[in-house]
Design a protein around this ligand. Structure first.
Ligand SMILES: NC(=O)c1ccc[n+]([C@@H]2O[C@H](COP(=O)([O-])OP(=O)(O)OC[C@H]3O[C@@H](n4cnc5c(N)ncnc54)[C@H](OP(=O)(O)O)[C@@H]3O)[C@@H](O)[C@H]2O)c1
Length: 515
């Protein structure tokens, strides 16, 4: 299909007003457009933005991948993804059709310069015909080993620089950003040869979740929490990111990654930085990211000795989820997994943050597959009351818990008197639920972050020094794992990981909250 008016739409009336402001007119190019991420997350997120009038009134989307496809076939598959994966509240037939007309497709081999010439011509046609002001957002959603090739080709085709003084060119790069410190540094070098750091948006979709951003609002938008947010009042912090799913169809990727690369280096350390950071001077990209990186730099580096005592790794064997008798396969029996795989599907770690705020306050992190529940939560466990006047009562210490998923919200636990004559205490909670307070389904983190990028706000994206600081922490753990073979599998599917993970806390007189 020749590029035509159909490749650009004027967005219709908004379905539901969003608090996200509209972005500049632009063309979004998705590399890896035939893939899972594009289908399940990116296209539905872009539809959601268009439906809520958070894209500019004029925009175009170009899918790029090797698979041969016409514009029409890509449009058809986009409509199917939107119907299957977009927020049902925003779905309207007419809007879906109009959105699909904004989509075009270019097929080509990432290694071939002429594919990028074809892309450039298509971009220029759309810019000219539909006055998109030359603004371009490139979204890299291919397997990560293709990122340097795409970056290089964009540079050679003259697409990395802004086409004119008034327009912008930005690039979103998916995780994993490197597979260790050396490869992340190499990738940074390639990226920063073609682009200026201000054009680069390294995405971790966790940061687009409302609850994660709300952590900053909770801490720095309220007067009552921050005075307690330190070693004088906090006993320890627990961060759990658990999945009930196994490796599913992703064995090829997971076998080369494992839980440390897939979860700890990115999501879990991002959450740790947000919990532990100092107040930024402003809520902007430079100030927030400076403070987050300082946290990573304050975490005590791991040595082989500390890894032995403060890190637990695991791999699930056969088992079953609580309340369901069906037997789940162990990781080595999953399709595509080597029988003698030493890939870890579970990690628990104890971190020490060596600064004035957190000295002596351990941060316990835990992530895994095939755990009993899908839950991501951050628990700030406060110290016990200094003197217990209520003798004979089992009094819990207060905890402030942020539920990142699935039920986004915050709860605080405290002790209350049970009704009646006797002085009997019970731990109760006060809960805030996003769903109950604001309604609606889970908002798309991708929509938030794509819109931020279009508006030039990099606050929730990682900087070159941020990813390197995270890899610098994780590298010694990966090296140790590689050279010290474990006895796997060592926990049953449907349980909270190996017993050593419990002992990690029990040795300190503590226990995991969620069991
Ligand atoms: N899926 C998710 O939920 C998710 C979540 C977070 C991060 N990510 C990251 O996002 C990126 C894309 O994920 P995905 O799940 O969409 O991956 P994918 O489906 O495996 O790959 C995306 C597309 O890239 C192209 N591709 C695959 N292998 C290629 C190769 N060797 N050379 C050139 N092109 C190749 C394929 O399109 P053609 O064959 O048509 O070229 C494929 O449709 C990955 O880096 C992933 O780690 C994904």
């Amino acid at each position: 299909m020749t590029p035509s008016k159909s490749a650009v739409v004027e967005a219709a009336e908004p379905i539901k007003k969003s608090s996200i402001s509209p972005a500049d007119p632009c063309t979004i190019v998705i590399f890896g457009a035939s893939g899972d991420l594009s289908r399940r997350k990116l296209v539905p997120a872009l539809y959601g933005l268009a439906a809520q009038n958070c894209l500019a009134r004029r925009f175009a989307i170009i899918g790029f991948a090797r698979s041969p496809m016409t514009d029409e076939v890509f449009q058809q598959s986009a409509v199917e993804s939107v119907k299957k994966f977009a927020d049902a509240n925003t779905l309207r037939e007419q809007e879906c059709k109009e959105f699909a007309h904004a989509l075009a497709y270019v097929s080509g081999d990432y290694h071939q310069a002429d594919a990028f010439e074809k892309l450039k011509n298509r971009l220029e046609e759309l810019d000219r015909e539909h006055k998109l002001n030359g603004n371009r957002l490139f979204y890299l959603a291919t397997p990560p080993d293709i990122y340097p090739i795409i970056i290089d080709q964009l540079d050679k085709a003259g697409l990395a620089k802004n086409p004119n003084g008034k327009s912008w060119t930005r690039v979103i790069i998916e995780k994993p950003y490197g597979r260790d410190l050396a490869s992340a540094r190499n990738l940074n070098q390639t990226v920063l040869k073609a682009f200026d750091e201000s054009q680069v948006y390294r995405i971790d979709h966790y940061l687009g979740k409302d609850t994660v951003q709300n952590l900053l609002v909770l801490r720095f938008g309220n007067g009552i929490f921050e005075p307690l947010w330190n070693r004088n009042y906090v006993d320890h912090v627990q961060i759990t990111a658990g999945e009930t799913l196994g490796v599913e169809q992703r064995a090829a990727f997971y076998e080369t990654a494992g839980a440390t690369r897939d979860m700890i280096q990115s999501h879990v350390l991002q959450l740790t930085s947000l919990v532990a950071m100092e107040p930024p001077a402003a809520f902007d990209a430079t100030a927030v990211r400076n403070e987050k990186i300082k946290v990573l730099q304050s975490i005590r580096p791991f040595t082989p000795e500390s890894i032995e005592t403060e890190i637990v790794r695991g791999q699930y064997g056969p088992g079953s989820e609580p309340g369901d008798s069906s037997v789940l396969k162990g990781y080595p029996d999953e399709p595509g997994v080597a029988k003698n795989s030493i890939t870890e599907t579970f990690v628990a770690a104890k971190l020490h943050i060596d600064n004035w705020r957190w000295a002596g306050v351990p941060f316990y992190l835990r992530t895994g597959k095939r755990l009993p529940s899908r839950i991501t939560e951050i628990a700030i466990q406060f110290r016990r009351a200094p003197h217990l006047v209520f003798r004979g009562q089992d009094i819990s210490a207060n905890a402030l818990v942020l539920n990142v998923q699935p039920d986004e919200g915050i709860s605080i636990s405290f002790n209350a008197k049970l009704p009646g004559q006797e002085m009997k205490l019970k731990t109760v909670t006060m809960d805030f639920s996003y769903q109950a307070e604001f309604g609606g389904g889970e908002r798309s983190a991708y929509a938030t972050l794509i819109n931020d990028c279009m508006r030039g706000d990099a606050t929730l994206f990682d900087r070159a020094d941020g990813v390197e600081a995270a890899w610098a922490l994780v590298d010694p753990i990966l090296n140790y794992f590689q050279s010290n073979k474990p006895k796997f599998p060592n926990y049953a599917a449907g349980t909270w990981g190996p017993h050593e993970a419990d002992e990690l806390l029990e040795r300190d007189g503590r226990h995991w909250r969620t069991k």
